[in-house]
Design a binder for this molecule. Structure first.
Ligand code: SAH
Ligand code: MG
Length: 214
């Protein structure tokens, strides 16, 4: 039923801008970009909250970062990617779609990139890199988030395995799924964040950092 609902919502819109068509390129090349309705939700949150500085972990081909930047010329995105093939695609797309001013690409492992991005604070962080490391990245980068800022973590349901680990055969996948479970539990217990888990696509966690003077 969920897939019917999902395809129904997807059928309401055409998604046919040049930027939207990069989704086809990603699918052909098996690059796991953010799902369409999840992206629509994140973009809507950006329209409401109006972040000026966004940090993204996991650029891939630059699809999500360009979509974020497309909402307003006032938005600046810093995005981190470690894979050389992805870095080459992202660079090509940022210049092709004219986002080189609005988007700064950090070519580094996100576990090592803190000192390259701590020249500023951020209003929003999108965590979409190695799923087993989401907790580590949340802990590492959340100090750079302004009070009242938002951290969105993608893939917190990981193919449905997180809520149904018994169907997982592979030992490696099981390890990874356990880490996502731990992250979700830990995230729900963080008292300086209010987290909302969204049962949509591959699962999103939307965490808002408490304001100290509330
Ligand atoms: N946010 C993109 C999709 C990212 S896919 C979009 O929705 O359009 C995940 C990406 O994270 C991959 O390109 C992978 O190379 C990168 N990645 C995984 N672990 C990483 C790490 N530790 N540091 C930097 N990039 C990482
Ligand atoms: Mg993702």
């Amino acid at each position: 039923m969920e897939n019917l609902n999902q395809s129904y919502f997807l059928s309401l819109q055409s998604y046919d801008s040049d930027l939207d068509h990069l989704r086809d390129f990603a699918e052909e090349n098996k690059v796991p970009i953010v799902d369409q309705l999840s992206l629509d939700l994140v973009k809507q949150i950006i329209r409401i909250y109006q972040p000026k500085e966004i940090l993204e972990l996991g650029t891939a081909i630059g699809y999500s970062s360009m979509h974020f930047a497309s909402i307003s010329p006032d938005i600046h995105v810093t995005t981190i990617e470690r894979n050389n093939e992805m870095i080459a695609y992202a660079k090509q797309h940022f210049s092709q779609f004219q986002y080189t001013e609005q988007i700064r690409l950090i070519e580094e492992d996100a576990a090592q990139a803190f000192s390259m991005v701590n020249d500023r604070t951020y209003d929003m962080i999108f965590i979409d890199a190695a799923k087993a490391q989401s907790k580590k990245f949340f802990e590492l980068y959340s100090p750079l988030l302004n009070e009242g800022g938002i951290i969105i973590t993608d893939n917190v349901l990981y193919h449905g395995f997180v809520a149904n680990i018994d169907i997982v055969r592979s030992r490696n996948v099981k390890q990874m799924v356990k880490k996502v479970q731990k992250f979700n539990q830990w995230l729900s217990e963080q008292s300086d964040f209010k987290t909302n888990f969204i049962n949509m696509d591959d699962g999103l966690a939307i965490s808002i950092k408490e304001r100290k003077n509330d």
